[in-house]
Design a protein around this ligand. Sequence first.
Ligand code: FAD
Ligand code: NAP
Length: 537
Amino acid sequence: MPCWGCRAKSYNTKSVQKTGNEKNKNQSNLKNKPENNELGCAANISAKNISAGEYDYDLVVIGGGSGGLAAAKEATALGAKVAVLDYVTPSPIGTKWGLGGTCVNVGCIPKKLMHQAALLGESIHDAKSYGWQIGDNVSHSWESLRDAIQAHIKSVNWVTRVELRDKKVEYINGLGTFKDAHTVQTVTKQGERNLTARYFLIAVGGRPKYSNIPGALEYGITSDDIFSLNRVPGKTIIVGAGYIGLECAGFLKGLGYDATVMIRSVPLRGFDQQMAGIIVEEMRDKGVKFLHKCLPKSVEKLDSGKLKVSWVNEASEEFNDEFDTILFAIGRRALTKELNLENAGVKIAGDGEKIDAVNEQTNVSHIFAVGDVLYKKPELTPVAIHAGRLLARRLFGNSTINMDYDNVATTIFTPLEYGCVGISEEVAIKRYGEDNIEVYHGYYKPTEFFIPQKSIVHCYLKVVALREGDQKVLGLHFIGPQAGEVIQGFAAALKCNLTVNALMSTVGIHPTIAEEFTRINITKRSGKDPNPASCCS
Ligand code: FAD
Ligand code: NAP
């Protein structure tokens, strides 16, 4: 199997050395290709389909975020002529940012840095018990943290632009809309442009939603604004208990701000609910407040400058309190309306927002989609990147490898992190029946927690497996420090059909927390006490 560099070479040779005859043959092939074929035809279109000169570009990517940039860079490496359009519409309070998409500017990266800042606050406290002489007047500066994070983001924006230039990807800072199935229109500082291409990739991602209540848009902020907020957040209420709601509440509390989470139904819906419950308990122990089964009703600005937030509970009882900040974390809207998809004939999925695609191919055979814009696919950066790269290889590198969206590992960066891969206990029971499932579980004591006497009551893990034979592992769930780092390696093992037998015969690394997965031996069914006897038992 040739390396990608060699494939790139062979692609180049093909496209450059194409004879007149070959060109005609390819063009007639394409003419016969239906523009609006049924979903289901795999995107295994090889490089030889490309004929130079017919269109301005081989590929135009709309959206310069995780998925779009990965696909664009891979496609140019394989010899394609590629343009990327990226444009950020400012948030309702005017926040805007540069090239790179959500992850870099207002997502994973600033979030992880704020999470790290909060963890360091905990570590300063722990350090005293490890002998570090630290005064009592330790304080935190929101402004310094925000400025450091924004400086880092700007440097990434810059590096991304340079990388695109070096890799010969044309970057166009403009909003793209479809004019027809082979033309995207945009307006840049230089004026209007029409770009024609053989293939298009929709990688527009999404933006946060706001509750439809009075005052939400005027006074509310979202994750688009928090990481560059030009004032301290102060006492904050967070509406929504998904990834973003819990992560933001976690780092805000860790940085010293009063944080309240308003939950509409259950926390982390879709995740293993035992683990979600433990996360909420842990956050509560750390001082985060929770309003269960409540919905916001209105936001009003008082003369004092504070926000009066009203909400109702399940019994329709109304409550209110004053806050400095209200942050909506109630999910994200895919940016498809802005694309004029009807001009290209691309259909929207049943939810009215996202695009359904089989192997990233939309109902229009030469228009593809990756990332958060895809219907019923995980909204995660590595998913967008992986799908984008694989697609580019199929389009321009003769590859036939499709994206596998199953068993994607993920981590919620709450104060005590929750990492998981595979299915939850409830999904396993529903899918296979309770009698056919074995759940191993255990509490554990991280060695690092002993000296500062940190609470270990929420350090918990479980393995969901089939009961028969070697007990194929269906899901791994871990709550503890560095859960993301722990679960990443086990995700590879799960892809290789990990069994409980194999886990139990793996020799651990001591003293680590990841070794706990190799020590599991208590099943829920046995009813035995899952608490550890000692650190080395
Ligand atoms: P995006 O990265 O959103 O990029 C789309 C780009 O297209 C944007 O720049 C947008 O402005 C632009 N655009 C939109 N419409 C047009 C148009 N018509 N013309 C031109 N440009 C357009 N994922 C993780 O894996 N780990 C995490 O820890 C994590 N944390 C997150 C924290 C937060 C607060 C948020 C909001 C998200 C987080 N995510 C995380 C999710 C992750 O950021 C997304 O899954 C990922 O960025 C999706 O990539 P994408 O390419 O689909 O879209
Ligand atoms: P989310 O995980 O879908 O959570 C949305 C939350 O808002 C849910 O608790 C939901 O409650 C609630 N909600 C929805 N509509 C509401 C309304 N009208 N009023 C009150 N509450 C409402 O969405 P998110 O937290 O905004 O995150 C978006 C995506 O970004 C995630 O799916 C994730 O893939 C990605 N992300 C990943 C990471 C990570 O990898 N660490 C971090 C952040 C974000 P119900 O359950 O009742 O619907």
